[in-house]
Design a protein around this ligand. Structure first.
Ligand SMILES: Cc1ncc(COP(=O)(O)O)c(C=O)c1O
Ligand SMILES: [Zn+2]
Length: 403
């Protein structure tokens, strides 16, 4: 039995194919590449029941991941995050079957660990010794730390306004870290120049094909944790869109394997009102988005004005009869407070946006009675201490508290 059943890479736009044994970036037509597996062979040798008892990390799905030799796996124990029921929040928004997939409980505190673990592992397998990437913060933090673990040098460029903690995580890992007074798109331009000049591997979102595979494991886990009965709706905070593309890919592969039945969950791309290119494209029935000028939101990870894989995100929404929703910053920050006070869950602003979207879609009747709804919390709230402002009384020593 093989460790991985990867067969090749393919271009979803022009159908060109590529070897996974070589370093690949975008297709010559400019599209991201996707990974294909020999699902027929895999289906003959592996059953979903055989997963029981495996290591509680995303590597339990190694046959459906691109790393061919186990010795190249770079891991900090990522994956198999909790799928929690949210009864009080659920009652509050009239969604009795509300669940949270909590990606705060993972190394580096965000789901970016998944893409980094698989991306860095495959980079190691391909003999890459130095990589570079632009980031809104969390991905850079995760890739810096996993690169350090894998013995790979990283160069990271992030906006000066990115959450400070992510800057520190990158710096302490020994990454070559740079800040830019601009957006992730500005960081991306600098990285493009740098990789050309110095011949580094470009690990930008979707310019390397393997981080989708890491993020795909969120979909595999949701299916397994629900005993292979798919939920009705999955809401995902969408920036570059890798997570939602990955979840769609995972569920499609499970369907082909015959491990799940019925309709795929309706996938909801949740964006911030101050940066909603996918929502606008979806509302207009388009298959690609337009650059969103002067974007701004407290949910920093989803401040992506134009995603290179936008057509794949929109395809995932259309194919699952999903939708796209934009949430105002004050509304998502209010939801973040509610989650902490009603459920004890201190989620990141991006994660809070998915709950706000669920509430709105329920009010509008788009989410129906008794549907099983999974909201993705993509990171822990404590990575964003500055989104919370509190007024706390200060006592003199010995002073009594007056109620
Ligand atoms: C916490 C958080 N949530 C969501 C996202 C968006 O991720 P994706 O590229 O999968 O859309 C990011 C990206 O930086 C993030 O940091
Ligand atoms: Zn192509």
């Amino acid at each position: 039995m093989n460790y991985s059943y990867i067969s090749q890479l393919y271009c979803p736009k022009c159908s060109n194919t590529f070897s996974h044994q070589q370093k690949n970036q975008l297709c010559s037509c400019g599209s991201p590449l996707l990974v294909e597996y020999d699902l027929e062979e895999l289906g003959k040798v592996l059953s979903k029941q055989a997963l029981t008892g495996r290591v509680p990390s995303l590597w339990r799905y190694h046959e459906l991941l691109p790393v061919c030799d186990e010795k190249n796996v770079v891991t900090l124990g990522e994956g198999m995050t909790p799928l929690l029921s949210m009864p009080v929040m659920g009652a509050d928004m009239n969604i009795p079957n509300l669940l949270m997939k909590d990606e705060g409980i993972i190394p580096t505190g965000t789901f970016k660990a998944r893409g980094a673990a698989v991306g860095v592992s495959k980079a190691k397998e391909l003999g890459i010794t130095e990589l570079a990437m632009p980031t809104n913060g969390n991905a850079g933090a995760a890739w810096s730390l996993y690169a350090a673990r894998g013995g790979i040098q990283s160069t990271i460029v992030m906006p000066i306004d990115a959450p400070k903690i992510t800057r520190n995580e990158s710096a302490i890992s020994g990454s070559n870290l740079y800040l830019v007074d601009g957006l992730i798109s500005d960081a991306g331009k600098i990285v493009s120049q740098t990789v050309q000049e110095f011949g580094l591997f470009d690990a930008s979102t979707l310019k390397e094909p393997y981080r989708i595979e890491g993020k795909k494991t969120m979909g595999l886990e949701i299916a397994e944790q629900l005993e292979w009965k798919l939920p009705d709706v999955i809401l995902y905070p969408t920036g570059g869109g890798v997570g939602i593309i990955g979840i769609f890919k995972a569920l499609t592969e499970l369907k082909k394997l015959g491990w799940v039945e019925g309709n795929l969950p309706r996938l909801v791309a949740v964006q911030a009102e101050g940066c909603a290119p996918i929502v606008r494209a979806w509302e207009e029935g388009k298959s690609e988005s337009e650059f969103w000028y002067d974007s701004e939101t407290a949910a920093f990870g989803i401040n992506v004005p134009k995603a290179i894989g936008d057509f794949l995100v929109l395809d995932a929404i259309y194919q699952t009869n999903g939708c796209a929703v934009a949430i105002e910053d004050d509304v998502l920050l209010e939801e973040q407070k509610k989650l902490a006070s009603l459920e004890g869950a201190f989620v990141c602003p991006e994660g809070a946006a998915t709950f706000a979207a669920a509430r709105r879609l329920r009010e509008q009747g788009w989410i129906k009675d008794n549907e099983v709804v999974v909201a993705l919390n993509t990171g822990m709230g404590i990575k964003y201490p500055d989104t919370i402002s509190v007024d706390v009384p200060v006592l003199e020593k010995g002073e009594a508290i007056l109620k």
